[in-house]
Design a protein around this ligand. Structure first.
Ligand code: CP
Length: 337
């Protein structure tokens, strides 16, 4: 598999930092060239990660703390692998086994991590806005690994990188996001993945449709430059990419769907339903999947259509790029201030 061509340097502002941000708290507000810069930076790490020897020294001597107040498999492990492959010392703090369980506040936890002189802190928290609160209290870059229903920016970036590489491998040249029709279907209301993807994909020029039962469509969707659908078959017409989301039962208070069986009937991605999308439409899911509810196994495991394991692979590269870019900016490396 050949590497995609590098992006032209002319894409970025001359003489200034291509990503002049102290933290990565969300995709909202980022300029197209800033998103593309992070995707371009990740390409080198995709290549490194495919080598037998995967170790760089870019972050040698730096300490990265992953502070996870919510469960995770993909995000926690890929941030840990990303930091280690860049040569950093990586420490994981799990809330379940920390002094949070003894009543320590979020602010005191943040001040404690800060006193340990971390060079980057990666945080996942169940409350929207908690990551920004911590970023305001610490002296190093903070990377949002998912905060409540707000944002999951590295997921939005890794999904964009996955789509771009898949389209380039099909021989599509130019800016692959322009006019690309992407359908995001599922529990939009509770999904930080949906929000970060909406911001990333619309900023890059994609035509984004969101589809959910009325109870799982957020009221603010009208302001997000997407087209809402309540009928999945209608949303799928002409779709180039179909991104499925999990029902987030852990965030639901009360009944949002009649039954899993009815939900699958109306909103599950089956082979038959996928045929309504554009020929060769790509399938994505951020994981974890509920097989047989929002997506059938014969769709998820179809390697000709499904990018799900590729998304995981791109997650490591994107997190390496984000750790590298943010710590470089924080250290004021030449050309970055
Ligand atoms: N996609 C994602 O955030 O997965 P995890 O919850 O396993 O990190």
């Amino acid at each position: 598999m050949t590497a995609p061509p590098p992006s032209p340097a002319s894409r970025y502002p001359a003489g200034g930092a291509a990503f002049p941000h102290a933290n990565l708290l969300g995709i909202a507000g980022l300029a197209p060239h800033e998103i593309l810069f992070l995707l371009d930076e990740a390409e080198q790490w995709v290549e490194l990660n495919r080598q037998p020897q995967k170790r760089a020294t870019t972050l040698a001597g730096l300490t990265v703390i992953n502070a996870f107040f919510e469960n995770s498999t993909r995000t926690l492990l890929s941030f840990e692998i990303a930091g280690k492959r860049l040569g950093a010392d990586v420490v994981n703090m799990h809330a379940a086994t920390s002094s949070v369980k003894k009543g320590e506040t979020l602010i005191d936890t943040a001040l404690t991590l800060n006193a340990m002189r971390a060079d980057a802190i990666v945080i996942r928290h169940a409350s929207s806005g908690a990551v920004r609160l911590i970023a305001d209290k610490v002296a190093c870059p903070v990377l949002n690994a998912g905060d409540g229903q707000h944002e999951h920016p590295t997921q939005g970036l890794l999904d964009a990188l996955t789509i771009r590489r898949a389209l380039r491998e099909r021989g599509e040249s130019g800016e692959p996001f322009n006019g690309l029709r992407v359908v995001i279907c599922g529990d939009i209301l509770h999904s930080r993945v949906a929000r970060s993807n909406i911001h990333a994909l619309t900023t890059l020029g994609a035509d984004v449709r969101v589809c959910a039962p009325p109870a799982l469509m957020p009221a603010e969707i009208e302001g997000l430059k997407v087209t809402p659908f309540y009928n999945f078959d209608a949303a799928l017409a002409g779709a180039d990419v179909v991104m499925m989301l999990r029902l987030q039962q852990e965030r639901m208070e009360g009944q949002f769907i009649a039954s899993p069986r009815e939900y699958r009937h109306l909103y599950g991605l089956t082979l038959e339903r996928l045929a309504k999308a554009a020929p060769g439409a790509l399938v994505m899911h951020p994981g974890p999947m509920n097989r047989g509810i929002e997506i059938d196994s014969n769709v998820a495991d179809d390697m000709a259509r499904s990018l799900i394991t590729r998304q995981v692979e791109m997650g490591v590269a994107i997190r390496m790029a984000c750790l590298d870019v943010l710590t470089r900016y924080a250290r004021g490396v030449e050309g970055w201030e």
